[in-house]
Each structure stands twice: as C-alpha cells, then as structure tokens.
Design a protein around this ligand. Structure first.
Ligand code: 8X3
Length: 250
C-alpha cells in the first residue's frame, strides 16, 4: 500500500513542488492549504492520488474540522510535512506591526504544533511515522529584521529535536529541514507584502535554492532506511555564506 503524506501549504512554493514530486513517486498526498481552488486545479493535474484539504493554519478549529472531514481511506497518515509558514516584514522589532508577529506565531508555531499534536497519537499507536518540519537557517543565524520569524524557526528546530526525545523507543522519525535563500516561492512576495520588485531583487544573480531542491530533500528523507533519523538538514545556495559580526563603536 502506498504511503500517505500530508503536506501543509501545498498550494504554492515548497509544498506544491513536494506534492508534485511525492505523487510522481507513487505516494498518496493530502495537500492542505487555505486556497481550495488552487488545490482543486492541482488535483485535476495530479489525479486520484492527490486529496485537496482546506485548512487554515491560523485557526485550530479549521485544522480539527479538516482532519475530521478526511474520508476513511485518507485517515492514516504516514508522513506529515509541516511546510506551511511565513515571514511578514523585515522591519526592526521596535517598528514592526505586532499583528504580523501574531500571524507568524499563530501559523509557524501554534498551527504547526496543533496539527502535529493531532496526528502524533495515531502515529505512536501504529509505531510508524515521519514528521518533516520546515525550519530555516533563520532559526540559527540571527539577522536584522528576522526578529519573530527567526525566533519561530528556532522554535521549530527545538520542537523537532524535543519531539525525538519524547519519541524515544518508538520507530517514529523527525527531521527539521533548514533552508537558506530560496527563490521560486511566494516567500519574499508575502514578506514584502506585494512589493514584487523588492522580492525579485533579492534573488538577482543569487542562484538560490529552488522549491524542487527542497522537494527532493524531503523525498530523500522519506526514502532513507527506517533505522536512520536525520535530525536537522541545513541547506544554503553556494552563493550564500556567513559574514563577520558587526561591531558599532563610539
Ligand atoms: C528563509 C531563509 O534567510 O530568508 O527562511 O530567512 S531567510
């Protein structure tokens, strides 16, 4: 029986690339996202091994209702990919809009943990399951304007590792994928609130990570031998590296 993968945020970017790749490789994919119309168009392309599921990650009731609505043959989830997440703004902490922080916390932390908490008991009962979380290099490397976004990804990293600690003695696996600069997604268009020119400029000549690269990474994790757990995978484009720490002097 083909494995069933639930992918959040699967109407665009990494989630879309993952949905396409996993279906192409014979998996059954539940694609969760807010934009049901986009998921339906995707189903028209991907066929019966794709199940579109309307789910709003900022709303716990929406998550519960979506899970409860799954037809019986889609209820056993082998792999959860917590891909949905966003960055809003790149302003300094003392200038930012608090509503943006709330949305990031609700989506990147509360939605992710709530959905995981809903699916974990059955995975533990079956003693089978893989959780792939989408972290970020921003969860490790601080930078100006990353404030709550980076902190939310640091949360996802530590949550992933702590899950492994709780899952000791089970066969469940957890991996946090931590990409750096990625193009070909709506990430920066969302972050810069529709300033597409600013978003495009960020990627100029950078040969950044592509959604297909992240989809291949997720598939690779899913296909590794079951006695191996990849705790964290940090990926940057070759064009991106580390800088000196600035010192401001009197
Ligand atoms: C995406 C990477 O550097 O834009 O999470 O924060 S970065």
């Amino acid at each position: 029986m083909a494995k069933t993968v639930m992918i959040t945020g699967s109407s665009a970017g990494f989630g879309l690339a993952m949905a396409k790749l996993f279906v192409a490789k014979g998996y059954r994919v539940i694609g969760a996202a807010r934009r049901l119309d986009k998921l339906h168009s995707l189903k028209a392309k991907l066929g019966d091994n794709f199940y579109p599921l309307a789910m709003d990650m900022v709303d716990k009731d929406s998550i519960s209702q979506a899970l409860a609505s799954l037809p019986e043959k889609w209820q056993t989830i082998d792999i959860l990919i917590n891909n949905a997440g966003l960055a809003l703004g790149l302003d300094k902490a003392y200038e930012t809009d608090f509503a943006d922080w709330e949305t990031m916390i609700k989506t990147n932390i509360i939605g992710l943990t709530y959905l995981t908490r809903q699916l974990l008991p059955k995975m533990v009962e079956r003693n089978q399951g893989l959780i792939i979380n989408m972290g970020s290099t921003a969860g490790t490397v601080p930078y100006p304007g990353a404030n709550v976004y980076g902190a939310s990804k640091a949360f996802v990293k530590q949550f992933s590792l702590n899950l492994r600690a709780d899952l000791a003695g089970t066969k469940l696996r957890v991996t946090n994928i931590e990409p750096g600069l990625c193009e070909g997604t709506e990430f920066s268009n969302v972050r810069f609130k529709g300033d597409n020119e600013r978003a495009d400029k960020l990627y100029e000549g950078a040969h950044a990570i592509r959604p297909e690269d992240i989809a291949q990474t997720a598939l690779w994790i899913a296909e590794q031998p079951e006695h191996l757990n990849f705790n964290r995978i940090e990926i940057m484009p070759v064009s991106q590296t580390f800088g000196a720490q600035p010192v401001y002097r009197d």
